[in-house]
Design a protein around this ligand. Structure first.
Ligand code: NDP
Length: 486
């Protein structure tokens, strides 16, 4: 009898493909950027910013205090008058120049974004930085057409706008806020998050290179107290905030009774709805993109997965199989899908909610993968047997954790999707165009994606309903919050 030849089992794996950070030239210390110059903070305070994947200190960064805020407002007020008096076309040229310089420094910006925030280099290289530049290009074009963008009404800039951004898309959020504000003739004071200030500070250098008139953009790195001082500062005319619902409520309360414009882009618990007639393989990719993009640190993450009962078993099996192929590790490696959690504090929040999910009786499955020794990490996690009242189905986890629920009918899907205090985004997966439009029209969500998820474009408005906030960013709708109309 012939003996079958012994086969050697081949294991194909990815070779490491780390992006080199050698050419990145960061300063050892960054101050505040006011009046077109970097300066030591008047507060005298600073703190290191840390790489969440290695826990290595990257640079020392100023913590702006109340005096820095007051000074920045004064400088911005003077600069704004001249800025608003420029021909709109000229303002557009500066925005265009900033966009071009961002493109020129795109590689450096992507690496720094990844080092400071922990997100995979593929994402910062292919999404964050190109989209940030695209927002400046987009609003460069709007600068001399604002009257058309707001239905031909008389308009004027607010004046000095205070802008506070979170750590999940640091440069992109800065671009979402700065580009329309400047196009409309405002001067802006931006406060980046304390864990991710670096790309905003590189953007300050870009403003210098672009010879943007001093004072039109100020960058005040700092912490929550800096943000609170900025919101309460005398002389600001408008606040634009992206972050948690709790801080959004605090800001709204602080501004009560003041004639200060406000837009809030807050949290979410967005539903990603998979109907039985969807292309299941495509939908599974969409689920993965919806929740594991940027480690789930996404306000519109598809964290509530609603699957039609008839295909639930199939979706669950395919999703779990796909999740096990996700690669967690060095964010600077081009093969990495899931990078580091942004901070130890955020990791604790994720762990607390995941523990609550287990305590309340949901079934947890976490991908078994090698976790680096240093840094903050959380492996992709799937919860099934989830009830709509479980905390993991109600609260924003802001991590790589998806909670799967099921539904039987279209009406039940809509009811469950809307059963949330949030209303930021939703996804619908179906091969019936009519059904997608019918369902979308009944969802209380600012953005509804059909057969895709987490797709952003500078021409499209983004914003929420209910406790996800109010006001829109992006496109023509993004101009309205930055002007007063009469
Ligand atoms: P925060 O809302 O605290 O932070 C967002 C921004 O606001 C940061 O720049 C922060 O500064 C600043 N800030 C903090 N406190 C105040 C204040 N009292 N007044 C004015 N500005 C302030 O979010 P966290 O970073 O604490 O994250 C907590 C949770 O919020 C997350 O787990 C997630 O659920 C949600 N979140 C939602 C985001 C979204 O895009 N919708 C973005 C980020 C978080 P600093 O970072 O320096 O403290």
């Amino acid at each position: 009898m012939a003996v079958a030849p012994e086969r050697t089992r081949l294991t194909w794996d990815y070779s490491p493909a780390p992006e080199s950070a050698d050419h990145v030239r960061l300063r050892d210390a960054y101050g505040v950027f006011v009046g077109g110059e970097f300066a030591d903070p008047r507060s005298g305070k600073s703190a290191p910013t840390v790489n969440p994947a290695t826990e290595a200190k990257i640079a020392k960064v100023a913590i702006a205090g109340e005096e820095d805020v007051a000074h920045a407002v004064k400088v911005a007020r003077e600069a704004q008058r001249k800025w608003a008096a420029l021909p709109a076309l000229e303002r557009g040229k500066y925005l265009f120049r900033i966009a071009r310089l961002m493109q020129e420094r795109a590689r450096e910006l992507a690496i720094v974004e990844t080092m400071d925030g922990g997100k995979p280099i593929r994402e910062s290289r292919d999404i964050d930085i190109p989209l940030a530049a695209a927002h400046f290009f987009h609003y460069a074009g709007w600068a001399d057409k604002i009257g058309y963008g707001i239905a031909g009404r008389e308009h004027r800039p607010h004046g000095v706008v205070a802008q506070i951004v979170p750590w999940n898309f640091p440069l992109l959020m800065a671009a979402w806020k700065l580009a329309p504000a400047l196009a409309c003739g405002n001067a802006a004071i931006l406060k980046p998050a304390d864990t991710t200030p670096l790309t905003a500070l590189l953007l300050a250098e870009i403003c210098q290179e672009a010879e943007l008139p001093p004072g039109v953009v100020s960058i005040l790195p700092g912490n929550g107290a800096t943000g609170a001082a900025l919101v309460r500062a005398e002389g600001i005319d408008k606040v634009a905030f992206t972050g948690s619902t709790a801080v959004g409520k605090d800001i709204q309360a602080a501004l009560a009774g003041r004639d200060v414009g406000l837009t809030l882009e807050l949290g979410g618990k967005s539903a990603n709805i998979i109907f039985e007639d969807a292309s299941i393989d495509q939908a599974v990719e969409g689920i993965v993109q919806g929740i594991f993009f940027n480690q789930g640190h996404v306000c519109c993450a598809g964290s509530r997965l609603l699957v039609q009962e008839s295909v639930a078993e199939q979706v669950e099996a395919k999703l779990w199989e796909r999740m096990q192929k996700l690669r967690l590790g060095d964010p600077l490696d081009k093969n990495t899908d899931v990078g580091a959690v942004n901070s130890g504090e955020q990791l604790t929040r994720i762990e607390t909610l995941v523990a609550a999910g287990e305590d309340e009786g949901a079934t947890r499955r976490t991908v078994a993968c090698d976790i680096p020794e240093r840094g903050h990490w959380f492996a992709p996690t799937l919860f099934t047997d989830v009830s709509p009242v479980h905390r993991i189905a109600v609260e924003e986890i802001f991590g790589p954790v998806v909670s799967m629920l099921t539904f039987r009918t279209q009406a039940e899907a809509i009811e469950k999707a809307n059963n949330s205090k949030y209303g930021l985004a939703a996804g619908i997966w179906t091969d019936k165009g009519g059904k997608a439009f019918e369902v979308a029209a009944q969802l209380q969500a600012g953005v509804v994606w059909q057969n895709t998820y987490n797709h952003f474009d500078p021409t499209a408005a983004f914003g929420g309903y209910k406790e996800s906030g109010f006001g829109r960013e992006g496109g023509a709708a993004g101009l309205r919050p930055y002007v007063r109309v009469s």
